[in-house]
Write a protein that binds this ligand. Structure first.
Ligand code: NAD
Ligand code: WQD
Length: 339
């Protein structure tokens, strides 16, 4: 039973990944300062798996506090580093906050990896590293363009820092996972997306509107050169995404990697327009939704979706759910949250 440190373990992707890791026999320790979450997710994990996961409520920017985790747990075999701030718009307003939090917490983790000889790291990267990709679908070899936001730059920098760190390391490995658009909730409805800072992503905006927390959904533009004029994205169900982390970790633990830093795209390989997503919500839930067409959002790319062939071939990972599953589970979770 390998022990894994999950940073950002109380957050959205972290909590679902912890559930999947436990299901697959891993022991998990979490670290999360709760800047965008609560420990309620750990209660859901307990109900789901029967396991009480320990969380260190510390800020990873604090290297000394971070070191203490590794002193307490010298047997950590791998780290999955989710902890980061992720609001694109906020990062434009407060770039230094994003650099300080996202870069310094990564440096703390790498310093501990170095000092305590932790062999394996999985890093949460993002499709935003591709910027305005020139060709679709995007493969891991698609050239990265200029970052569209300080947030995206922290992901590009994070990838570079890890690659540089590993250049002179023989016994340490990392996988950089570039997620496309994660959404939906756990099938059990015991965990889901519960940020403490209001979300700006499409799916929670839709469910929060339908439940009455927001007045309306504004579709950001219907005059793009796409099949219905709205932007295209690759929405990946959170349970599929979580399972990819377990597979990536197992791949490293089994020494199947051919390079000590490998990159994988995680999407479902299908583009969905904003209007198609709205319709999927209406069909999957029968709930009413107040939405209207508004102006384009500055910085939005017209279309992006993944080629995930590499993850399928090397990790043995395949997405099993689609936008309808996303909308159904996100809606069940939203209804439960208001109770
Ligand atoms: P989230 O906000 O739900 O989870 C991140 C967690 O990290 C939060 O619980 C937060 O409290 C914690 N955290 C942040 N800074 C910390 C610090 N300095 N010390 C300790 N804890 C800290 O976000 P998420 O959606 O689960 O995202 C997880 C990772 O995946 C992030 O790195 C994010 O950038 C990346 N990512 C997310 C998406 C998405 O759309 N959700 C897409 C691509 C990449
Ligand atoms: C999806 C689509 C919007 C809200 C961001 C980050 C990316 C990754 C995922 C972290 C777009 C449209 C949205 C709304 C809308 N995160 N939309 N009305 O911008 O594709 O990606 O989250 O790494 O890096 O950039 O996600 O959910 O904000 O938008 O019409 O109220 O929905 O224009 O086409 P995005 P999103």
């Amino acid at each position: 039973m390998a022990k894994i440190l999950v940073t950002g373990g109380c957050g959205y992707i972290g909590s679902h990944t912890i559930a999947d890791l436990i299901d697959n026999g891993f022991e998990v320790v979490s670290v999360d300062n709760l800047c965008n979450s609560t420990e309620a997710a750990l209660g859901g994990i307990k109900e789901l798996t029967g396991v009480n996961v320990q969380n260190y409520r510390i800020d990873l920017v604090d290297e000394k506090a971070t070191r203490q985790i590794f002193l307490d747990h010298p047997d950590i075999k791998g780290i999955i580093h989710f902890a980061a701030l992720k609001l694109v718009g906020e990062s434009v307003e407060k770039p230094l906050l994003y650099f300080r939090n996202n870069i310094n917490s990564l440096l703390s983790i790498l310093n501990c990896m170095d000092e305590f000889d932790v062999e394996n790291l999985i890093f949460s990267s993002s499709c935003s590293v591709y910027g305005n990709a020139r060709a679709l679908p995007v493969t891991e070899k698609t050239p990265l363009q200029e970052a569209e936001s300080p947030y995206a730059r922290t992901k590009q920098m994070g990838e570079n820092i890890i690659q540089d760190y590993l250049t002179s390391r023989q016994d340490q490995n990392a996988i950089l996972l570039r997620y496309f658009n994660p959404a939906g909730a756990h099938d059990s409805n015991l965990i889901g997306e519960s940020p403490t800072v209001p979300p700006s992503n499409l799916v929670p905006v839709i469910t929060e509107t339908a439940i009455g927390k927001r007045e309306k959904v504004v579709v950001f533009g219907d005059d793009y050169a796409t099949r219905d004029g709205s932007c295209i994205r690759d929405y990946i169900h959170i349970m599929d995404l979580a399972n990819a982390h377990t597979k990536a970790l197992q791949y490293l633990l089994d020494d199947k990697n051919s390079d000590n830093c490998e990159i994988f795209n995680l999407g479902i390989g299908q583009g969905v327009t904003v209007l198609e997503a709205v319709n999927a919500f209406l069909e999957a839930t029968n709930a009413p939704l107040n939405y209207e067409i508004g102006p384009r959002r500055p910085g939005d790319v017209v279309a992006i979706f993944a080629d995930y062939t590499k993850a399928a071939e090397l990790l043995g990972w395949e997405p099993t759910r689609d936008i309808n599953d996303i909308m159904r589970t996100a809606w069940e979770w939203e209804k439960k949250r208001v109770k």
